[in-house]
Design a protein around this ligand. Sequence first.
Ligand SMILES: [Zn+2]
Length: 170
Amino acid sequence: MSRQNEENRKKHSKKINEKRLREQRSESDRKAKLKLILQNLIPIRMSPNCYCGNPIPFSDCCEPYIKGIKAAPTAEALMRSRYSAYAVHAIEYLLKTTHISQRKYHSKKDIEQWATTNQWVKLEVLKATEKTVEFKAYFLDAQLQPQVHHEKSTFKQQNGHWFYVDGKFY
Ligand SMILES: [Zn+2]
């Protein structure tokens, strides 16, 4: 009798295990299918361009600089990342990448206000040299009027990091 019971118990647990395995398999099938669907949807739903206009995603372009994972290798890359920082309201980054000698002229509050009251539409880099970048930043102001900020910025490299020094405005 007890042996019978034991066998029944074994059979029963084998059945449960098989059922669990089938469920696990169908769950991983479902996940694989979902992954495929998402992979196909993402390129349609998300623009491949970075905020700065480069034809690569933000996560591969300006974001690593803004997050401090990488240092912008050129004045232009820094300028582009600063434009993206305005777009995503990364105020700390804008302060941090302003040259130390100039920080006293920029208040965090003013930068934040300038970044958040405007909607950043597009960046156009007109000319870049080793230490200067001339650009046009297109934005909508608080009244949703289209505006253009035309500037030639000067940058300085120090300890492997580029910094914004100042700009000539047009
Ligand atoms: Zn970018």
